[in-house]
Design a protein. Structure first.
Length: 202
């Protein structure tokens, strides 16, 4: 996997133009949805746990948020994650593999690639997750009623959900309530890949 800078988590492999476009899209979607709900930056900072300064920088395209920060903002706004990163779509939509914007954790060990066009469904999102060897990625609780289904494609997974630990191998799957603290752990010595289906309550 190509070397990348941790402070540029939204960039796809060698795709600076794509990262800039995604940053603009996030800024626009965040600003529109915040204002539609009548929230000030201070209001959203309180509900999301993301500082007012960080929110302002994202809205003005001065910084690109990590996947963790985007999840916090989505929860604070009460919207599906894809509403922040995608453009509104109607009718049939195609997502080419090369066009999927990869989101990364700040340490670069966790990657999330969308497998369905943004806005394809208001209640379901599908991602491919990659987790480097001997790594753990903690996720903030999602909006109330959110569920996840994870399928192990290659490697291993230790799924931590609200204090419980579930060990899975290739071909295994787990469904759990994602509105509580959870984390993904790859205990093996090689990269692991998973499919992740997120289902929102509406």
């Amino acid at each position: 996997m190509a070397t990348r800078k941790a402070n540029r988590p939204l960039a796809g492999p060698g795709d600076d133009i794509g990262a800039a476009e995604l940053g603009r899209r996030v800024a626009e979607n965040l600003r529109q949805r915040r204002k539609a709900r009548g929230l000030s930056l201070d209001d959203l900072a309180r509900s999301s746990g993301v500082s007012r300064a960080a929110l302002s920088q994202i809205e003005t395209c001065k910084s690109n948020p990590t996947v963790g920060v985007l999840w916090k903002i989505a929860v604070g706004l009460g919207v599906p994650f894809a509403e922040l990163i995608g453009a509104p779509r109607s009718g049939a939509a195609v997502l080419r593999r090369a066009d999927g914007q990869i989101l990364r954790s700040s340490d670069g060990r966790f990657e999330s690639r969308p497998l369905a066009p943004a806005g394809a469904s208001p209640v379901v999102e599908v991602y491919e997750l990659r987790l480097t060897a001997r790594s753990v990625h903690a996720s903030e609780p999602h909006a109330a009623g959110t569920h996840e289904v994870l399928v192990v494609l290659t490697g291993q997974l230790k799924m931590h959900v609200d204090g419980e630990v579930f060990e899975l191998g290739s071909g295994d799957s787990i469904a759990f309530a994602a509105d509580r603290a959870h984390s993904y752990e790859n205990p093996s010595n090689s990269e692991a890949r998973y499919h992740n289906v997120i289902v929102y309550e509406r």
